[in-house]
Design a protein around this ligand. Structure first.
Ligand SMILES: Nc1ncnc2c1ncn2[C@@H]1O[C@H](COP(=O)(O)OP(=O)(O)OP(=O)(O)O)[C@@H](O)[C@H]1O
Length: 231
């Protein structure tokens, strides 16, 4: 379980996140929603050690992560799939995947079969350059690269952005399978309401850098989510 308590974040003098608290249980998809610029990406950047936070606590399975760097967060088991994917364009698919090995002990540095089962296209395209893949294939590669690190928490930043509908379905199925594995907490930042509704176990609604409502999917309807976004 990942627990975030009263997290605040600034860019220079501008405060962007205000006392954000949320929990992300293992085996569940916790979906963070909110309009453009509310701070969703900044939250994931703080959780993944990509940007420091000015106050608050991040706890993973009871252990406090004390302002981790990106490398420390990755080692602790937090994997981040950034918006825009950040695939290395000149490196092959296999080489992109291998960049995930850095956090693993030497004996575990291989791509497990289940990752290729999840994204078969990556097995077929191992020798293609990352930059030659379609947007959807790059998204699958970015998720696979994160999974190689054996994460306890998977952070997904708008995985459907700019992706064709048939690939969106594949990514939705992959997230459902990862949830079923029951060995990681998944935090999904998403603006596509239909996708978010299908994937989520719970919703964290953000407004102006703060959480203003958290709700379990079992306690709300899709219309509640749409209404919460519009407020
Ligand atoms: N590096 C930065 N320096 C200064 N301000 C930033 C920086 N990155 C983001 N911001 C600002 O912080 C606020 C929150 O941005 P953030 O990207 O976290 O929001 P978001 O909810 O993820 O938005 P989107 O849905 O558009 O990705 C915005 O006002 C943005 O302009």
């Amino acid at each position: 379980m990942l627990e975030v308590t009263d997290l605040s974040l600034k860019y220079g003098q501008s405060q962007i996140l205000y006392d954000v608290s949320m929990t992300a249980p293992v085996g569940q998809v916790t979906t963070v929603m909110g309009t453009n610029g509310v701070g969703k990406t900044s939250l994931l950047r703080a959780l993944s050690g990509r940007h420091g936070y000015s106050a608050g606590t991040i706890t993973l399975n009871g252990d406090v992560l004390n302002h981790p760097t990106a490398a420390q967060a990755a080692k602790a088991g937090i994997a981040y799939v950034p918006q825009g994917r950040e695939v290395f364009p000149m490196m092959s698919v296999a080489e992109n995947l291998e960049t995930g090995f850095a956090c693993l002990p030497k004996g575990e540095r291989h791509v497990p079969d289940w990752i290729f089962d999840l994204f078969p296209v990556l097995a077929e395209m191992q020798h293609r350059r990352g930059g030659d893949l379609s947007g959807g294939q790059q998204q699958q590669l970015a998720i696979a690269r994160a999974l190689i690190t054996k994460p306890r928490v998977l952070l997904l930043d708008e995985p459907t952005e700019g992706i064709q509908p048939n690939v969106i379905q594949q990514i939705g199925r992959a997230i459902a399978q990862l949830r079923e594995r029951g060995d990681m907490a998944i935090i999904l930042v998403e603006q596509n309401v239909d996708f978010a509704w299908r994937a989520a176990d719970s919703f964290v609604m953000m407004k102006r850098g703060a959480v203003w409502r958290s709700m379990a999917k079992s306690d709300c309807t899709r219309e509640d989510v749409v209404a919460a976004l519009a407020l």
